[in-house]
Design a binder for this molecule. Structure first.
Ligand code: GRF
Length: 222
């Protein structure tokens, strides 16, 4: 997927399950003019997600689809995909969406789904990333924005943000710092890479400014 053709704002569908702090940061970047995009739909698997309420108050188009109403992951994902496709997105932005997407869903929007994960991938895929970084005695921790493939937290990385772990850090303080210092800036920067066409994912890897990215771009945020 390249930059949008006629310089119109990129159409983003944002998927959330929780507080929606990443969604907030994306909306702020759009308002500030640093991200040429519009959020055309916010979708959630949790009817009571705090972020959904905030999105509603902000006047955004929202939809919640509860998995309880579906027999299996495939039928849930098919319903979700239908709503998303109707919004005609350029990009599908997973922002704290706590569900694994089926292969069929990923294939339908191949190359157009991105995710933010709170670790320096490929380290610590899955849950409890902050505690795992502490347990391992890591000196640094961070977050990654990556393209989504059918394997969880596994697609090519677009950008990473990094901070130093301090002796005082607990899993909670680290989670707060990764959110406040990194995630609040990283997603908008990575989306800007994509909507501007500076970063493209081709068969043999991720290209930044025409050059194949052998290492993800890492920014230090402390
Ligand atoms: C973030 O830490 C994100 O990296 C993770 O879930 C959290 C979502 O928080 N996947 P929020 O809903 O954006 O506030």
């Amino acid at each position: 997927m390249a930059a949008v053709a006629d310089n119109r704002p990129a159409r983003l569908v944002v998927l959330i399950s929780g507080r929606g702090r990443n969604l907030d940061a994306i909306l702020r970047a759009i308002d500030a003019g640093t991200l040429h995009a519009e959020v055309v739909l916010v979708a959630s698997n949790r009817i009571r997600a705090e972020g959904l309420q905030k999105a509603r108050l902000a006047g955004l188009n929202v939809v919640s689809i509860s998995p309880k109403e579906f027999a299996d992951r495939e039928s849930y994902d098919a319903a979700l995909a239908k709503r998303i496709a109707a919004a005609q997105p350029d990009w599908i932005v997973l922002a704290g969406f706590m569900r694994v997407l089926s292969d069929a869903f990923v294939a339908r929007f191949a190359g157009r789904i991105v995710n933010i994960h709170p670790s320096l991938l490929p380290k610590y895929k899955g849950l409890h990333t902050h505690q795992r970084a502490l347990d391992a005695g890591d000196a640094e921790h961070g977050a990654s924005v990556h393209f989504v493939t059918p394997t969880l937290d596994d697609g090519p990385v677009i950008r990473q943000g990094r901070i130093r772990i301090t002796e005082q850090d607990t899993a909670d303080s680290l989670a707060d710092r990764v959110m406040a210092q990194i995630e609040q800036r990283l997603y908008a920067a990575a989306l800007d890479d994509l909507v501007s066409g500076r970063v493209v994912w081709q068969d043999d890897g991720v290209y930044r400014d025409g050059r194949r990215q052998t290492q993800p771009l890492v920014t230090d945020y402390d």
